[in-house]
Design a protein around this ligand. Sequence first.
Ligand code: ZN
Length: 415
Amino acid sequence: MIKKAAVPLLFCLLVSSLLFGCGQKEEEQQAEPGTVEEAAGEETPEGSDDENGGFVIDLKDGSISSTEEETVETTEETTTAPDYSAMITGTMYSMDFINIRAEAGTDSEVIGHLNPEESIAVVEKVNSEWMQVVYEDRLCYVASEYLTEDPDWRAKIVSNRGYQNGDTVGLNPAWRFADYSAINSGAAVMYLADRNRKNITVGVNAGHGTKGGSSVKTYCHPDKTAKVTGGSTAAGAVTAMAVSDGMNFHDGTPEKKVTLQMAQILKELLLENGYDVLMIRDGEDVQLDNIARTVICNNAADCHIAIHWDGDSLDYDKGCFYMSVPDGIKYLDNVAAVWQEDERLGECLIKGLSERGLKIFSNGSMDMDLTQTSYSSVPSVDIELGNGSSDHSTERLYEQGYGLLSGINSFFGFE
Ligand SMILES: [Zn+2]
């Protein structure tokens, strides 16, 4: 992924400028065909060379110095550039999407950009915050905190459970409860934050989206006892759909499509904020049933957030709520150990959504006996972000994403 060609190309350009002209050879430059007229026609004020340390200004670019007056007009043919090649001390690599600026300051003009892992020729640190670099034959500046000398920096980041960026995480049959899963040929995908790392992995589970999942049954509880509340499977049932198909919004949009979009937005926001993200379903379909999704989160994440909208016939947006843990399953040993944290996570998410101005249903929770809850051993919650009447525009999903992020920050102690 590293653009290794960037440095040699830059070097060639710099050598060319060294051979064919720099500031001190202005007279010779003007003697070149096609250059004299341009230079003469510019009427660049006397002394402008001195203001720029004797360098000829690249007339394509009047913004090299913020103190320069707006007297330089665009001229296509004149490409004389000063030579900075001797000043280059090394190569560094960007750790983010960052700006290349004309001066060492965030108010300065943006000259270009670097992508993560892209290389740049560096000159020196000018202060604790800014690195002088050479970019397109110009001296420019980049915030040094986003640069590293290590081209392999990204590959060396690992999650707190030992995963690398892009790793797929399938169901390990040795994990507790793995043998209760009926559909597990798919895999979750790990995304690691590049910077401001919190060393926390959030399992983001876009509800539904497992083809064939509704025609396979799995046990509701690991001890094979009966379900204690209603829901998509009635109370008293011992087995439930491995993964249901989900509802359709009243405008016909399938829930599974919106849960995926919401998960992708939440992933983006979490990564930006230094969380690692385990995307349980990273595309339209993943062959992982609810038990497999839960067991993978138990072993590869620090919490499990399943995203849903509620199926009902209401013709108005009922608001957001989370599925709280019914008393009837709190005796299961894994549930006994974590249910209070399940509910604290749910409360944090509801608080985050509420503070964002989003509508909350009732008191924000509803007891529900879910497969997800009864197999969980890390804080786990099913969040219902509304119902079939809810606005599911991208703008609304971002609002909800920020609300969820705020709740996650609160849960993990980052206010
Ligand atoms: Zn759902």
